[in-house]
Design a protein around this ligand. Structure first.
Ligand code: BDR
Ligand code: CA
Length: 307
């Protein structure tokens, strides 16, 4: 069983990532930590707790992490995820509260407690991971891999920067420079996983409450993507991190060096992905290039049928 920690900012696609992970018997979710990103920290944490209730992850610890980036001002994305961070479906108030422990401390504790190496799945800004690495650098030894959603060869928040990296470039730089094996699901590959009308119809045909909520999440997400980016259907970015852990054969990746721009006047938060090895810098990541789209949606639909 692959042991994972999900560090997220739910967020429609973060929520669906949790839902997919909870349905996979081959994954053991050790904990869920939240970060400020799509919405303020209290909101993303409440959303994580609501989704945990939905999929009966009631004994998995949920810890509230960083309320703002390492050094920059907080930025959120209500235009994409609504004011709550998870607008669309009506979800009951959570049955429990978040843990007393800070998210970064939970990451440190879980890594130290685990007898086997753990994979971390960050799907929001990388603030908690950077904080954990600063406070307890020795945790590196027990991280199998970091499979994250962020970056790409183009941007969605600035012309060159993707939202998660752009919110906290200093944290992202710390993670990319850490030497930990990293797998990057950037916009190049997440934009291949579009929840089209046909996908939503397939989800809606599944007769259970979890699938119904996922359908509602996708409808809301698609509506804001239409408004903001004139997209037909929303890319379910974060879900790819979970899919990669259970079905890596669906992904074509390339070993590359990735660095993060923290200083540029116009380009802060840009990931520099050295696809052609022009920098001579050492490989530090696997970068997602191509997705088996059909296989990906099959995995998602089969998972939803299990609920
Ligand atoms: C990323 O930004 C957020 O809005 C999504 O949840 C995803 O993690 C895509 O750029
Ligand atoms: Ca996210």
């Amino acid at each position: 069983k692959r042991r994972i920690i999900m560090d997220c900012d739910p967020g429609h696609d973060d929520a669906i990532a949790i839902i997919l992970a909870a349905a996979q018997l081959e994954l053991e979710i050790l904990g869920i930590t939240t970060v400020s990103g799509n919405a303020e920290i209290e909101k993303t944490t409440m959303n994580a707790l609501k989704i945990c209730d939905l999929v009966s992850l009631t004994d998995v610890v949920v810890s509230k992490g960083a309320s703002e980036p390492l050094i920059r001002l907080r930025e959120t994305a209500p235009g994409i995820h609504g004011d709550s961070g998870l607008d669309g479906p009506e979800l009951p108030e959570p049955s429990r509260s978040w843990s007393e422990e800070h998210g970064a401390d939970t990451i440190i504790r879980l890594l130290k407690e685990s007898k086997e190496p753990v994979t971390i799945l960050p799907t929001g800004p990388l603030t908690n991971i950077a904080l954990a690495l600063s406070k307890a650098p020795e945790i590196k030894d027990n991280i199998e891999e970091i499979v994250l959603m962020g970056g790409g060869t183009f941007g969605n928040w600035t012309p060159t920067a993707e939202f998660n990296i752009w919110v906290d470039p200093e944290a992202a730089k710390k993670v990319f420079d850490s030497g930990i094996p990293i797998v990057v699901m950037g916009l190049d590959i997440t934009h291949q996983a579009i929840a089209t009308r046909e996908v939503i119809d397939q989800v809606n045909k599944i007769d259970n409450n979890v699938a119904k909520i996922v359908g509602e999440l996708l409808v809301f997400f698609a509506s804001t993507y239409k408004e903001m980016f004139d997209f037909d259907g929303a890319p379910v970015h974060d879900v790819l991190t979970v899919a990669y852990c259970v079905a890596p054969e669906l992904f074509k990746t390339k070993d590359v060096n990735i660095t993060v721009e923290t200083k540029g006047e116009f380009t802060a938060g840009t990931t520099l992905i050295d696809l052609h090895g022009v920098t001579g810098r050492k490989v530090n990541a696997k970068f997602g290039l191509e997705l088996d789209v059909e296989g990906f949606w099959k995995l998602m639909i089969e998972a939803l049928k299990k609920y």
